[in-house]
Design a protein around this ligand. Structure first.
Ligand code: MN
Length: 749
């Protein structure tokens, strides 16, 4: 962590000047037009505006905009307009200058960018769900107006993440959570691969400093061996490419710490068994874009002459680029040490697009911007969604996020037109992607000439023809079979059009009934009523009333009057979102004592189980135990709920309820906490007795439940134990692995 340092004014000035000089040197070395004067002016303007203000680290504030401008230039590849906007990005937000001042000094374009950045400052998420969704909507709107706003915002977030060390821990979790939840997927979607990876790694580093350091040390320690294997593998390929007279650069690309960790967690592997730690990348020179494809395949064929090809892992992103613009030819071959190695083949142009995303696209733009069509199509999707206000903004946030994350498939119409869809897309998604009319009336499809139902999942390479019928009407339950935000939005729109008159009628009935019984029409009353009938929103409630599926009766009067009198706002739709992934069967958790005084999120909260019982409750979704990296969330009753930092629900909490997050520390405790361990191995007589003896007798661990499944020679065994902390679980796993026949033993989260 960086401490606070203060410098003398002369030292400050020297440091600032040096940083700006460095920026200008970079700029002059780039192939942008040299608009030095306006950049220097923007710099002096911002420096003057932020004069005397320091960042938390103690640095003069202006160091931040300079750093952001450098990222904008060097890592995203934008030019003078964006550099100026980056230098000025916090001026309107933090000082007395206005957008008009910026416009007078620097013209309308830069002023517009700064205004866009000011609008979406202060994080995407506020503390209230509505604010959060509203800000996100704004971000996407500005994005579809001028994508540079979002690109500069990315640079701003990246620099904030790089300097996160000087923030208070609870703020750190909030920012890191937000970054993982929205910014990293957005960076991915915009094709900013390097930035996405760094954002993920930095978030991970701040949430799990120990694991991060551990993995990094192991990467360091295995470097010599890795290098030897790589050299063995690469030399023959290089010799062959030289022979063919191809000019290229070859390098080993190591997986990021975050992706190594993910693989370890998801596959329950120790570091040593994550074998595909690196990929080889070959970037070749090619002046003629029309020859790129042939060169890719020439290199492909040279490599497959030398090594065994993995039959199902070749990916051709050259002919059909990913929606974020990524192009390359990927193949996986067996390396000399028997492990699979991925090789990525790209031209220099493709490489630049892969690293810098769409900014690089503009550089290579030819003709009337054909290459941008994919991005434009995506931005248009966002506009489509924004143009149709959803009943629930959070739903919208969620579907959109799903679409940010997903990988893609490409299917083809009977005419051979490619259609890019997110993985998991169904016939319904395809139908609505083609046209709302086709979606509304579709009855089935022919996929690869075979008849399939609407919910049939499509796969890359499918040839699909949607069949329609005039008599078909859209149905609400179709939404359960769709993954695209666009499709769902179009379906809901179509449904709303057809049910709106019914809803209006129901709304009239409801209003009259409330008035007749002297009950005010407030949010609290609606929440209560929706709760009683288990419906998600007012429209649905009204529809059911009009359809006489719900009868408003006397028995409602009392609870509704009570709800109207209640002062506190219950979290409505947002708490529903937070409940995803929550198990219905709750595990026994320590009963929390009500806190004597309100929890202070600014202080590190000590988790104690002594005295009157625990001062926290364990989240049932991730069941953390002492020693895990955890955080606390102050719930509606003021109690501290403990989540593992990786828990998907915690991600949402961090991103959405920053002010309720507390940093925590485990106190010494004698209490026992539930943990789940999974063991796999080769079955032999007596192995189960040996394991249970080891656990309960030798280690003295409280074994609560055990299930075992054997198929053929292999067995898998699940144990539920109660332990004091992580160390006990680790000891259990290590000892279990020493039992003859056991191949793996891991804690399951
Ligand atoms: Mn900033």
């Amino acid at each position: 962590m960086e401490g606070k340092v203060t410098y003398s004014p002369e030292e400050d000035d020297r440091m600032i000047e040096a940083a700006f000089r460095d920026l200008m040197d970079c700029y002059l070395g780039s192939n942008h037009r040299k608009k030095v004067e306006i950049i220097e002016r923007a710099y002096r303007f911002a420096k003057e505006a932020h004069k005397g203000i320091r960042r938390r680290s103690g640095e003069p504030y202006i160091m931040h905009p300079i750093a952001v401008a450098k990222i904008v230039l060097q890592e995203i590849g934008l030019g003078s307009t964006s550099i100026c906007a980056a230098l000025l990005h916090d001026v309107v937000e933090d000082t007395e200058y206005t957008v008009e001042d910026i416009e007078q000094n620097f013209g309308p374009k830069i002023a517009q960018l700064v205004e866009g950045l000011t609008k979406i400052s202060g994080g995407i998420f506020g503390d209230r769900a509505s604010v959060q969704a509203e800000n996100f909507r704004k971000l996407l709107l500005t994005m579809s107006e001028d994508i540079r706003v979002v690109l500069i915002k990315m640079a701003d977030r990246l620099h904030n993440m790089r300097t996160l060390g000087s923030m208070a821990p609870n703020k750190r979790y909030k920012i890191a959570g937000e970054t993982l939840y929205i910014y990293a997927p957005l960076a991915h979607r915009l094709g900013l691969f390097a930035i996405k990876t760094e954002l993920e790694d930095l978030s991970f580093k701040h949430e799990h400093p120990d694991i991060y350091e551990d993995i990094q040390k192991k990467i360091e320690a295995t470097r010599p061996h890795r290098r030897a294997v790589y050299t063995d593998f690469a030399l023959p390929i290089q010799a062959k490419l030289d022979e063919l007279g191809i000019k290229y650069e070859a390098k080993a690309r190591l997986k990021s710490v975050y992706s190594i960790y993910n693989k370890m967690e998801n596959k329950h592997l120790p570091f040593e068994e994550v074998y595909d730690l690196y990929a080889m990348r070959i970037v070749f020179e090619c002046d003629d874009q029309s020859k790129e494809k042939n060169m890719c395949w020439a290199i492909y064929s040279a490599i497959t002459d030398l090594y065994q090809l993995h039959p199902t892992r070749t990916r051709d992103w050259v002919v059909t680029p990913k929606a974020n613009g990524y192009q390359a030819l990927h193949l996986t071959v067996m390396g000399p040490d028997g492990n699979w190695i991925e090789v990525q083949i790209r031209s220099q142009r493709m490489d630049e697009i892969a690293e810098k995303g769409f900014a690089a696209h503009w550089k290579y733009k030819i003709g009337d911007g054909d290459e941008e069509s994919e991005l434009n199509a995506w931005l248009k999707t966002i506009k489509d969604i924004l143009d149709n206000p959803e009943p629930s903004a959070i739903d919208f946030l969620n579907t959109l996020k799903l679409n940010l994350f997903s990988s893609e498939i490409v299917v083809f119409t009977p005419a051979g037109e490619p259609v890019t869809l997110p993985a998991g897309a169904t016939v319904l998604d395809l139908a609505f992607a083609l046209h709302t009319e086709i979606g509304m009336h579709c009855i089935a499809a022919k996929v690869n000439h075979k008849l399939v139902p609407l919910q049939h999942e499509l796969h890359s390479g499918d040839q699909a023809e949607v069949l329609t019928s005039k008599t078909q009407m859209p149905q609400a339950e179709w939404e359960n079979h769709m993954v695209t935000a666009k499709g769902r939005t179009r379906l809901r729109q179509a449904l709303r059009r057809s049910v709106q008159p019914t809803i209006n009628r129901g709304n009239e009935i409801l209003k009259e009934w409330l008035a007749a019984h002297d009950i005010p029409d407030t949010n609290m009353v609606m929440t209560k009523l929706q709760g009683i009938y288990q419906v998600g929103n007012r429209d649905e409630l009204c529809r059911q009333i009009a359809a006489q599926e719900i009868m408003l009766g006397e028995f409602l009067i009392k609870p509704l009057r009570k709800a109207a009198a209640q002062p506190r706002q219950t979290p409505g739709i947002f708490s529903k979102l937070l409940n995803f992934g929550k198990k219905t069967e709750e595990q026994p958790t320590t009963a929390p004592a009500a806190p004597a005084e309100p929890v202070n999120p600014k202080k590190i909260y000590r988790l104690s189980t002594s005295g009157d019982g625990a001062n926290f409750k364990l989240a049932p979704c991730c069941s953390p135990i002492p020693g895990d990296d955890v955080m606390g969330y102050i719930d509606d009753d003021g109690l501290v709920e403990i989540h593992s930092l990786d828990c998907p629900r915690a991600q949402v909490l961090k991103a959405g309820f920053g002010s309720r997050i507390v940093a925590t520390e485990w106190d010494k405790t004698d209490d026992r906490f539930p943990a789940h361990v999974h063991i796999e191995g080769i079955d032999r007589h007596g192995i189960l007795q040996e394991l249970t003896y080891l656990i309960s007798q030798t280690l003295g661990i409280d074994l609560r439940k055990l299930s075992i499944e054997a198929s053929g020679e292999v067995f898998a065994c699940d144990l539920w134990v109660r332990v004091r902390d992580v160390e006990v679980v680790e000891r259990l796993c290590a000892s279990a692995k020493n039992v003859n026949g056991v191949r793996s033993a891991n804690r399951i989260h």
